[in-house]
Each structure stands twice: as structure tokens, then as C-alpha cells.
Write a protein that binds this ligand. Structure first.
Ligand code: HPA
Length: 274
């Protein structure tokens, strides 16, 4: 009999706990070019994805593919360096498996970051945007299938996917750090194409300020499993294509890298104040 998702999570958790005994209360998913947080954590243990049972292997350039354990802002933290994208061919269970494992390890607060295209007219490239809500346009739902009540309820409430207390804390800390931040609604879709002019326009009309190819599946599973979520995007390009603007992966990475230290400071500040 093939092991259930629950059994796989347990097996992975036990492996990790055999290598590192501390219970993390904070989990962070590092998005494109946002590796700067890795330099803020006092590293106590690193595990390569390839050595962790049941973990998929990361393939995208610029993603290291390891779990990093240590202290961030005085909290025991697990950092996921390298995430799994649906467009790479992973199914939704693989994309979200590490989130399940983080929860099983004891994580209560999940921080997710990403690079995103901006559609809100007030955004500039390099802006840091606190995600206050999302729209799920992925073609497959991470909770589709038989529900295991040990992992969460069949029909999760999604009225507060991004924890309002953490958002308020983030805004306060951003002010203290004199860091301008925006807030916005993130639309997640599968990619891997960037959007056409008509698509950016439509995504804005239906209520999106930001668009990207990640985050939403992980947040859904985090909510299902009972975590409090904080999400932030770095605006890496503007989907306003009135002129002949093209978007490249290189410019996305460059913009993300430039803003990354600021976002890392902000997240560290929030974690320290939790
Ligand atoms: N669209 C989708 N995903 C993205 C974008 C975008 O404009 N920028 C960074 N990730």
C-alpha cells in the first residue's frame, strides 16, 4: 500500500528531527532572489532537499534547495531556500509538501515572499508590497482529493489568509525602519509565460495588484494546516504594456535582488516582535 500523505509527512518530520531536535516556531519560504534572509539567520543545521525523504528536488536557477534551521530575531526558525513551482511540473502535493512538514515540525507563523509583476498604478519596480489577500487562478487546487482530517478541515475558511495582526505589526515595523511599503492583492497563476497585455489588464480589472507564479498554493495549505501567514512581494516589473515593454527573467531577478535586503530587514523585525 502506498503511504498516505500523513504518513509521508511523519516520515519526513522524523528524519528532520533525527538531525535537528529544536522545534521551530517560524517558517520562511524564500522566493526568487530573496536569499538575503539566509544571511540573517544564525545557522544551526542545514539539510539538502536531496537528502530529505519525500522532498522533491529543486530545479530552478538561483534556488539552492535546502532547509536551513537556526535563530532569526531570537526565534527558532526554519528557512526554505528554494521552493517548488507548479510550472516546473511538480503537482500541487509536491509544491506544498514542505509547508505540511513545517507545520508538523511545529511552525506556527509562516512567512512567504515572492517576486511579482505589479499592476497597481501606484507601484514602482523595487517596491515592497504586503499581501493582504489573494486570488487563486491556478488550474489545480492543493486540497483537491480526499481530505485527511488529521491535516485540516474539508472546507477551510479563507476570510483571513494573511494574518491581520501580523500585517499591522509589519506596517508598524516598516515605519520604524523608514521603509515605505504598499499593500495589495496577489493573483497566483501557473506561468511560466509572463502575461500578455490583455491578461495584465484583465488581472487588474478583476482585483489584482500583483501577479506571480507561486505563493497561493503554499498559503492555502498553510491555512488548511492552521498556520498564521504573512506574505510580501517585491515588484520586479510592471505589467502595464502600453509601450513595447518586454519582461525577462534576468530583470526580475535583478529587481528582486536589489530590494531583498530591505525585505529581509522587515521580516527579521517582524519575527523579533512576534
Ligand atoms: N508575472 C508573473 N509572474 C511574475 C511576474 C509577472 O509579471 N514578475 C515576477 N513574477
Amino acid at each position: 500500500m502506498t503511504p498516505s500523505l500523513f504518513d509521508k509527512i511523519q516520515e519526513t518530520k522524523e528524519y528532520i528531527q533525527s538531525k535537528y531536535a529544536t522545534t521551530p516556531s517560524v517558517g520562511v519560504v524564500l522566493g526568487s532572489g530573496l536569499g538575503d534572509l539566509a544571511s540573517k539567520i544564525t545557522i544551526e543545521c542545514e539539510l539538502s532537499y536531496k537528502d530529505i525523504p519525500n522532498f522533491p528536488i529543486s530545479t530552478v536557477e538561483g534556488h539552492a534547495g535546502k532547509l536551513i534551521f537556526g535563530q532569526l530575531g531570537g526565534k527558532a526558525t526554519v528557512l526554505m531556500s528554494g521552493r517548488f513551482h507548479y510550472y516546473e511540473g511538480y503537482d500541487m502535493q509536491q509544491v506544498t509538501f514542505p509547508i505540511r512538514v513545517m507545520r508538523a515540525l511545529g511552525v506556527e507563523h509562516l512567512f512567504v515572499s515572492n517576486a511579482a509583476g505589479g499592476m497597481n498604478k501606484n507601484y514602482k519596480v523595487g517596491d515592497i508590497v504586503i499581501i493582504r489577500d489573494h486570488i487563486n487562478l491556478f488550474p489545480e487546487h492543493p486540497l483537491r482529493g480526499k481530505n485527511d482530517e488529521r491535516l485540516g478541515v474539508r472546507f477551510p475558511d479563507m476570510s483571513e489568509p494573511y494574518n491581520l495582526n501580523t500585517i499591522a505589526l509589519a506596517e508598524k515595523i516598516a515605519k520604524e525602519q523608514q521603509l515605505p511599503v504598499q499593500t495589495g492583492v496577489y493573483i497566483g497563476l501557473q506561468g511560466p509565460t509572463f502575461e500578455t497585455r490583455a491578461e495584465y489588464k484583465w488581472l487588474h480589472i478583476i482585483g489584482g495588484d500583483l501577479v506571480g507564479m507561486s505563493t497561493v498554493p503554499e498559503v492555502i495549505v498553510a491555512i488548511h494546516s492552521g498556520m498564521k501567514v504573512f506574505g510580501a512581494s517585491i515588484v520586479t516589473d510592471l505589467g502595464i504594456r502600453d509601450e513595447m515593454n518586454t519582461i525577462t527573467h534576468e530583470e526580475v531577478l535583478q529587481a528582486a535582488n536589489e530590494a531583498a535586503p530591505k525585505l529581509a530587514n522587515l521580516v527579521e523585525g517582524i519575527v523579533a516582535s512576534l
